[in-house]
Design a protein around this ligand. Sequence first.
Ligand SMILES: N[C@@H](CCC(=O)N[C@@H](CS)C(=O)NCC(=O)O)C(=O)O
Length: 209
Amino acid sequence: MAQTPIKLHYFPLRGRGEVSRLVLHYAKKDFVDDRINPADWATHKPKTPFGNLPYLEIGNEAFGQSMAIFSYLAREAGLYGTSNIEALKIEQIAQLREDLLTEEIKVWKEKDAAKNAEMTKNMNENVYPKVFGNFEKLAKENQSKAGSKYSVGKQLTLADIILFEGTVTASQKDPTVLDKYPTVKGVAALVADVDGIKQYLAKRAKTDL
Ligand SMILES: N[C@@H](CCC(=O)N[C@@H](CS)C(=O)NCC(=O)O)C(=O)O
């Protein structure tokens, strides 16, 4: 990864910042992990490229949009596969997970207990089975085609890191949630044990999202 100083700005959550953090830790890149206190957000907001988080500073340039940011970092870290088709497969998984995260954020934001319970039920009965079922299908197909233990191609990619991070919120609520998706569970366990990521996870503060 390039030697230019990097600062990643996000809230003290995993949310839309965590995949980038995981990629940076995998790459063992020395970076500023700026976690903006929500109380300071109103003053910080006008400094961001698009009025939201995350954003990434590379030297004296700033860039927004979480998926663009983690894709750039993953390409720099050699985590973007070995062909254009593999890149497409990685992006497919990234987009599936973004759809899931959008739903998880809605539940996390809902403070009305009855509405929250209804939304949580929908997550457990419909959203998670659909998304994790798709992750399972894609990873299983790849493993049998490529003869590998990864979700895209024959080596670790951004897709594996996304599969891992995409299951953390659900697994924290129900540690058995991945039992029905053994391939995804295997990929998640593998990512959690990768050098750089493993050490970061050991000291990471637990957050609901
Ligand atoms: N499409 C954008 C969405 C960014 C976004 O909605 N960020 C939220 C946090 S996850 C935010 O900054 N919310 C505070 C605000 O918009 O004032 C991305 O993926 O980066």
